[in-house]
Design a binder for this molecule. Structure first.
Ligand code: ZN
Length: 255
């Protein structure tokens, strides 16, 4: 699959119009293509912006059409997508799943497990040569702004070097059919990926630790964000990382 083909399918993916076969095809491409991850993030942002505008103004259909017409690319992409999608199987259960695409609206335990195994896959991908970081810096004031404009919500980037977890950079990644931010830390020779996604709930969710394929995952929720820290370090150390991150985030917010 080329990036041009992927770009057309990305719109359909975000709109939940793809069948299982095409979802896995495009996932395979996006998983290895930084350009398409960024494109996916841009499409999601545009869609979310339209959704928010609708909520605020309860836009009448004609206004909505005008807004959509005014957005560059919308028309040609829609047209080429229609022709490309001709004959695709629509309306499968899988496309309904992709349509949600929102890590925040995770309801079932199955969903949670599916996302955690995607988190582990993303962690493994990141360990391949050249995939770990899009921005390399131990300075949180460099890593944090790098995310700006690339995602709906920039992940909090907190330097924990003094606490024994060295910040080494950040990356755009791809989980649950969405581009999400990953902040990368190092503990001795071990890598910790901290995945951060927006969620609808602002309630604090207490941390839980699971083990999947030999990797530990600590997940928690705070201030409208879901966090997954994943690493091959022990559960104790990963919990220590999570505790220190949460404590630092509280301090940052108060300051
Ligand atoms: Zn691509």
């Amino acid at each position: 699959m080329t990036c041009d083909e992927a770009e057309i399918l990305l719109h359909a993916l975000v709109d939940g119009e793809l069948d299982a076969g095409h979802i896995s095809e495009i996932e395979a491409h996006v998983a290895t293509c930084p350009r398409c991850i960024a494109e996916l993030a841009a499409i999601q942002q545009m869609r979310d912006a339209i959704a928010v505008a609708d909520l605020k103004f309860t836009a009448p259909p004609r206004l909505r059409q005008r807004v959509e017409a005014a957005l560059p690319q919308t028309q040609p992409v829609a047209a080429s997508r229609r022709s490309l999608l001709k004959g695709f199987a629509m309306g499968s259960a899988v496309s309904a799943l992709a349509a949600t695409g929102l890590l925040g609206i995770v309801v079932s335990k199955d969903d949670q497990q599916r996302i955690e195994s995607e988190i582990v896959s993303a962690h493994l991908r990141s360990l391949q040569a050249g995939h770990l970081t899009d921005v390399i810096s131990t300075d949180q004031h460099t890593v944090k702004p790098w995310f700006n404009g690339k995602l709906d919500v920039s992940p909090p980037v907190i330097d924990l070097t003094a606490q024994g977890f060295t910040l080494i950079g950040g990356r755009l990644d791809y989980v649950d059919a969405r581009a999400i931010g990953a902040v990368v830390y190092r503990r001795r020779q071990h890598i910790i990926n901290l995945f951060v996604a927006q969620t609808a709930s602002t309630e604090r969710r207490a941390p839980r630790t699971d083990t999947i394929q030999g990797f530990n995952i600590r997940r928690w929720g705070e201030r409208g964000l879901n966090f997954w820290a994943v690493s091959d370090i022990g559960a104790d150390e990963l919990n220590e990382f999570g505790d220190k991150f949460e404590a630092a985030m509280r301090v940052n917010k108060e300051g």
